[in-house]
Design a protein around this ligand. Structure first.
Ligand code: NAD
Length: 262
C-alpha cells in the first residue's frame, strides 16, 4: 500500500475458495478484512483464528445473499464496525448449478441472480457514496470465463457472469472521477469446492475415479493444461486494488490459462 493507510476490504464469499485466498492476501499486505459467506461456526472460528496471526482487524459478518433483508443488515453491521465505510469491495460470492436451460429450476435461477448479481448491485449502491467521500475506492466483481463465453448446462451462470461485467463497466464510468475503479475478473477453472463438485459429477457419469477425472480435466481444459490457482487470482485482485492500478477501470480481465483466447 503506497498510501501507508490501513484500508478496509470487504470480500464476499470468503469462507472458502477464491474469496478466502483474496482475504488472506489482503490481510498479509496490511488491510483490515471483512469475511462473509455461509459456513459452520467452527469453520468461521478457524478462519478468524488464522487471521489473528496477520495483525490486522478481521471481522466476520454473516448473511444469506438470497435475502435482501440480510443484505441490508450486512451493510448496517459493517458500517457499525467501520462508520466511514469500506475502501475495497470484492463481489465474489457465488455458486454453480449445472443443468440444461429447459430443465433449469426457476428457484435456482432466482438464487443465481440474487447471489451473484443483485447482492453485488446492492453492495456497490450502498458503499460507493462512502468511497466517493474518501475520494478513493476499489471494486472488483468476480465474473468468470463463463461471462465471456458459455458452455451447455451453464446458461444462467453465464448470464449473471456477463451481467457482472456490465455492472463493472457502468460503475466504472459513474465513479471514474472520484478516485474509484471498478473491474471484473474472468477466471478459468480454479480448483475450489465449486469445481470439485462438478468433477465429482463428471467422474460418476463417466464411471471414473475422482482422481482420474480430475487429472484428465485439468490436463486438458485450459491451453496451459493447468488449473488457475487461488494464489494467482488473489495476486491479480491485489494489483487491481493497489494505487498502481488507478487507471485500470471498466475492464474485464481474463485469467484463464488461455481458455478464452481459443
Ligand atoms: P466456493 O464454493 O469455494 O466459494 C463460494 C463462496 O460464496 C462461499 O464463501 C459461500 O459461502 C458463498 N456463498 C454461496 N452462496 C451464498 C449465499 N446464498 N449467501 C452468501 N454467501 C454465499 O467457490 P469459489 O470457486 O471460490 O467461487 C468464488 C467465486 O468465483 C464465485 O462467484 C464463482 O462463480 C467464481 N468463479 C469460480 C471459478 C472456479 O473455477 N472455481 C471460476 C470463475 C469464477
Amino acid at each position: 500500500m503506497s498510501s501507508g493507510q490501513r484500508r478496509v476490504a470487504l470480500v464476499t464469499g470468503s469462507t472458502s475458495g477464491i474469496g478466502l485466498a483474496i482475504s488472506r492476501r489482503f490481510a498479509l499486505s496490511g488491510h483490515d478484512v471483512i469475511i462473509t459467506g455461509i459456513a459452520e461456526q467452527e469453520a468461521i472460528d478457524k478462519i478468524l483464528d488464522e487471521f489473528k496471526n496477520y495483525k490486522v482487524r478481521c471481522s466476520y459478518v454473516g448473511g444469506d445473499f438470497t435475502k435482501e433483508e440480510d443484505m441490508m443488515k450486512l451493510c448496517k453491521d459493517i458500517t457499525a464496525i467501520y462508520p466511514e465505510g469500506i475502501d475495497i469491495l470484492i463481489n465474489n460470492a457465488g455458486f454453480q448449478h449445472v443443468c440444461s436451460i429447459d430443465e433449469y429450476p426457476i428457484d435456482i435461477w432466482n438464487k443465481m441472480v440474487a447471489v451473484h448479481l443483485t447482492a453485488s448491485f446492492l453492495l456497490i449502491k450502498y458503499f460507493v457514496p462512502y468511497m466517493k467521500k474518501k475520494g478513493w475506492g476499489r471494486i472488483v466483481n468476480t465474473s468468470s470465463q463463463m461471462g465471456l463465453i458459455s458452455t451447455p448446462g451453464k446458461t444462467p451462470y453465464s448470464a449473471v457472469k456477463a451481467a457482472l461485467i456490465g455492472l463493472a463497466k457502468g460503475t466504472a464510468l459513474e465513479t471514474a472521477e472520484y478516485g474509484i475503479t471498478c473491474n471484473a475478473i474472468c477466471p478459468g477453472y480454479v480448483e475450489t469446492d465449486l469445481v470439485t463438485k462438478q468433477i465429482h459429477v463428471m467422474a460418476e457419469k463417466e464411471e471414473k475415479s475422482f482422481e482420474q477425472k480430475r487429472n484428465e480435466f485439468f490436463g486438458s481444459v485450459h491451453p496451459s493444461k493447468k488449473p488457475v490457482t487461488v494464489e494467482q487470482v488473489s495476486g491479480l485482485v491485489l494489483y487491481l486494488c493497489s494505487d498502481d492500478a488507478a487507471s485500470t477501470t471498466g475492464s474485464a480481465i481474463s485469467i484463464d490459462g488461455g481458455y478464452t483466447a481459443q
